[in-house]
Ligand binder design. Sequence first.
Ligand code: HEC
Length: 156
Amino acid sequence: MKRVMTLFGVVCTLGISIAVYAKDKADGMESMMQHHQMGSTTDHRTSLHLPEQMKARQLANMRSHLDAVRNIIGLMASGKFDAASDTAHQKLGLTPEMKKMCNMFENDDFRSMGLAFHKSADKLGDELKTGDMKRSLAALHNTVSSCVQCHATFRQ
Ligand code: HEC
């Protein structure tokens, strides 16, 4: 009888341990899911209400901006400041094409943020022309800050 009671005790303890472990795991999962949900449901950015036909083009334009930043960093790393300057002016600067693209958006704040961004890229191009790494990095930081600022404010 004593042996049976001991066995019962062991089984109960084991059962409780498993239950506690399972609950801990479930709580962990829940907080992880809440965390993910927070990321997706609390999007307070202003929507531009872009028409469907503009969406893909805008994103493609964005991806080419990112590629230009990558190329500029690579050219700087290999000391090719003139080429980096050209990339900044041609791919990110306020070219007539970029100006036209920015002016297609109806939101005034978005448009002026876009124009300020392209102007900062022309400034970056000018700084790169000097071949000064520190000044170029400061200008690049400024330009990338424009990317971050707009992304924090607007969505498609
Ligand atoms: C004037 C505003 C503005 C500026 C400046 C801007 N972006 Fe964007 N970008 C957007 C918007 C709006 C989206 C769409 C975001 C959304 O709907 O969630 C976007 C999306 C993107 C995407 C996602 C592309 C995809 O295919 O999903 C990348 C990458 C990106 N931007 C890179 C950049 C980089 C790099 C810069 C700066 C060199 C930059 N952007 C500057 C407004 C901007």
